[in-house]
Ligand binder design. Structure first.
Ligand code: NIG
Ligand code: FE
Length: 426
């Protein structure tokens, strides 16, 4: 009877599969757990005040609730909206000319050595104002949202001095305030050696440790502190110093590890207690074992080996077997302009041999762990934010089987429908 029913803000009913991913909010899913989506067939979700208040079978939920707004998700898959746990979201300019260079056989690190790559983007970003950066960022976030992403981690790293690193992080703060997508900021002052310090990299490391980290921490502009450990970029020793210094100030370590050369980045991530080790295309067996032992999330970025054109992909199967919790992210940056997380998602299946179920886990609950937010997002659980995506596929087995088009039907952020029929709702 209607009068007995509780009225909520929004009800989603009759999902062919309601993928809840419950049970991994405390600890990320590892090994076989990555396939446990905890599916409710003909599932329903009740949403009130931006939060999930109940989850169950449609038959039971329609007995308990009514709502002003009801979404009928027949023949559709309902799951936690996607989390992009590794992006370089804002920067000025572009680098399309480098694609031609790469096709001619000039490597990514060689381009960087010549003052291109990250250093080109640094020159352009230093010239940009906060408002320029926010404006560009909004356009990118809109596209990401349309493709199902409601939370992004976003790194600095194109300032490479006190003022411009802070400028980038201030831009992220504004962006987070002004856009419905949540932006989680990471300090990446250690992204490259700035041109003015190319003969004295240790002096720049000292600036990061003595000036940038304390200022960023004092203004609470970043949650994480990341380092690009790579040949001719930062050494393991420099990386260790920077990550430990950040820890002293409450910044949680992350690391660009073993992307182009195996330098022991995975081992360093485990040693310093990083929340994630990212890339890992060339991680050693020992590094992988250490990540598993310490529960460090392996954030894998399948677009990176493609845009580097070296096609050495991380060994996701070995990592999953060893017990490393895996997340998949876009690595959106000026060398990898991908605003659609569904691209790395399908690549994870075809190049990393991850099943659709594992990929879903890797962009929801495990991605939430990679940015320290698994208590708030990443699963359809009572009390969590109602950040939900509805995909226009009948079962999750269609994910990555059908690819190259946007699978998103509806995106819900904080309990509100924000994308419908491919368009952002004002
Ligand atoms: O994660 N590898 C280092 N950083 C980025 C690329 C940034 C850039 O080329 O601008 C990455 O791939
Ligand atoms: Fe990156």
């Amino acid at each position: 009877m209607n009068t007995m029913k509780k009225s909520v803000d929004l009800l989603i009913l009759h999902a062919s599969e309601l993928i809840t991913l419950q049970g991994f909010s405390e600890k990320p899913a590892i090994g076989e757990e990555m396939k446990k989506l905890q599916i409710i067939k003909d599932g329903a979700v009740a949403i009130e005040n931006g939060r999930i208040v109940d989850v169950g079978k449609s038959s039971e939920m329609t007995e308990k609730y009514t709502a002003e707004e009801i979404i009928l998700a027949k023949n559709k898959v309902v799951l936690p909206s996607f989390i992009d746990s590794h992006t370089h979201l804002i920067f000025a300019g572009s680098r399309e000319e480098e694609l031609t260079l790469k096709l001619e056989g000039v490597g990514y690190l060689e381009i960087l050595k010549r003052g291109g790559g990250i250093l080109k983007t640094v020159r352009e970003t230093r010239k940009a104002s906060i408002d320029d950066l926010v404006k560009e960022g909004k356009i990118r976030l809109d596209t990401m949202l349309k493709h199902g992403v409601t939370t992004v981690e976003a790194k600095s790293g194109y300032g490479l001095n006190v003022e411009d690193e802070i400028k980038m992080l201030e831009a992220y703060k504004k962006l987070d305030e002004q856009h419905v997508v949540d932006v989680i900021p990471t300090l990446l002052a250690a992204h490259a050696i700035p041109e003015e310090y190319k003969d004295d990299p240790d002096s720049y490391v000292n600036i990061i440790i003595e000036e940038i980290i304390p200022k960023v921490a004092e203004r609470k502009l970043a949650k994480f502190n990341d380092v690009f450990v790579e040949k001719n970029v930062f050494t393991i020793e420099q990386g260790r110093r920077i990550l430990l210094a950040g820890k002293e100030y409450g910044l949680i370590p992350k690391i660009h590890a073993d992307e182009i050369h195996c330098l022991g980045g995975a081992e360093l991530a485990a040693e310093v207690g990083a929340i994630s080790a990212d890339h890992l295309a060339r991680a050693s067996d020992n590094g992988i074992k250490m990540l598993a032992e310490k529960g460090v999330i392996g954030v894998l970025l399948p677009t990176a080996p493609m845009v580097l054109m070296d096609y050495t992909f991380p060994d996701a199967r070995k990592m999953i077997k060893t017990g490393v919790p895996i997340a998949i992210a876009s690595d959106f940056n000026p060398n990898c302009w991908v605003e659609n997380l569904q691209v790395p998602m399908f690549m994870a299946t075809y190049f990393l041999k991850m099943t659709p179920a594992e990929v879903i886990t890797a962009v929801t609950i495990n991605a939430a762990h990679a940015i320290g937010l698994a208590h708030e997002i990443g699963s359809i659980s009572v009390g969590k934010k109602a950040d939900i995506v509805i995909l226009d596929i009948p079962t999750h087995y269609w994910l990555n089987y059908k690819f190259g088009v946007n699978l998103v039907n509806i995106v819900i952020k904080n309990g509100r429908i924000v994308v419908e029929e491919g368009k952002i709702k004002e």
